[in-house]
Design a protein around this ligand. Sequence first.
Ligand SMILES: [Zn+2]
Length: 404
Amino acid sequence: MTGRGGDLVITGIGELLTLRPRPGDPLGIVHGGAVVVEGGRVVFAGPSGAMPPSTGDRIDVRGALVSPGLCEPHAHPIFAGSRAAEFDLRAQGRSYGEIQAAGGGILATVRATRAASDEELIASTCGRLDRLLAHGVTVCEAKTGYALDVPGELRLLRLLGEAARRHPIDLSPTLLAHVPSPDRPREETVADFCSRAIPEAARLGAEAFDVYCDAGAFTLDETRTMLLAARAAGLALRVHAEQFTHTGAADLAAEVGARSVEHLEQLAPSSIERLAAAGTVCTLLPGAALTLRLPWPDARRLLDGGCTVALGTDLNPGSSLSESLPLMMSLGCMQMGMSCAEAWVGVTTAAARAVGRDDAGRLWEGSRGDLVIWDAADHREVPQHYGVGLARTVVIAGRVVRGA
Ligand SMILES: [Zn+2]
């Protein structure tokens, strides 16, 4: 996304979610509001009667709900191939061993991704970004992770950069150490990430580094070694932690000052205070818990413990093939003890913090002019009306990029 943004005036807003919290109102709701965007930035968001004179294109939304653009804090959008057969086997109760024997699992995606051309990978990634946009996403964290070897991961990072140049969504690229490469000893993979992949990723524009710490992926010691190398290279840190087994990765994330920690299905209660004190965003991924029939991450306990909780799709071909962030809000409300307001915070300001975009996920003076006009009048309808797309019009930097 380059250049000066557009000028736009939105009037007739039934409910305007500014996300500027007030006592008793975490969403900063304005009834009967208007928004003015100039040069791609919000210059006014408040009651219609207080709107300054403005000259941009006007849209009268006739009582609709208007929110900030949604922020996707956790996605694996660059991969090739299909794992639909694996999905069907899992639906019929087959074990992971049977799925691997049938050619499934992460290595199936790695083979397909390594074999795909650059253009195929860019086109399929942009298709997924189109679907995220259709559900209201304007900022998206995007991980590599389906090449495993260093040259392949750096290739995926370059291709994410090309997708970002072609697509209006603001992408935040992350280098992911997903699982040890099957082609070589695991200690060589860890050493390669530290000495080659991480410094080169920082030069290529990666904003963050992420490690999948779990049984079958990287150990706690390997995770620590790579996170410290990434911190030294100036990258923000994320950790896939406590998903299938409890490893202690959440405590490590808090200790090294990670920006976010993801999954947490198997979180130990003692970690909550550490994550809250460290200010590490807890990014919960209900799509993965739903697909894999894992226990639901306990959002209520994290929120009550003072943690910041974001919600992400975990968009990936194996354990959560969905581009719908509103569906994740629904699952947060239905299964994880979140209120509708907490789910909205989870996909706006909390997610923006996880992605490192402090001017996104909110609508007030100086914020980026990213917003969504919804086919709803009340913000609670978005998580309530699950599994459908209620995002009607999506605006990025003051320009309508989807809908009318
Ligand atoms: Zn993930």
